[in-house]
Design a protein around this ligand. Structure first.
Ligand SMILES: [Zn+2]
Length: 99
């Protein structure tokens, strides 16, 4: 995690992923790097798609460039845990009411 000084406060920046779309190795890519990473002969690490989390001083995180790898990235970053305050994503029809 990076900590950048901005005027009088600090901003925490967490890089959750750094690969192009599809991650690395990319599922449908046969380039030398992807092939060698799959084979275990490349000294590199698999990476998820590019995504960054930014936080001010109150522990609230903002996601930039959220990707399909979001769930995996959040599981790997406990500081992004919602602390039991899950977002309500139910629609009206899912609560027994009329849609
Ligand atoms: Zn590739």
């Amino acid at each position: 995690m990076l900590r950048q000084h901005c005027s009088s406060d600090f901003v925490d920046i967490k890089i959750l992923g750094s690969a192009a779309g599809g991650g690395f190795p990319q599922w449908n890519c046969a380039c030398r790097n992807c092939r060698e990473l799959r084979a275990g002969t490349l000294n590199a690490s698999a990476r998820t798609q590019c995504q960054v989390a930014v936080s001010g001083s109150h522990g609230e995180w903002f996601l930039l460039n959220a990707s399909p790898d979001l769930r995996m990235q959040i599981v790997g970053a406990p500081e992004l845990d919602s602390r039991g305050h899950l977002r309500d994503s139910e629609g009206p029809g899912e609560r027994g009411g009329k849609a």
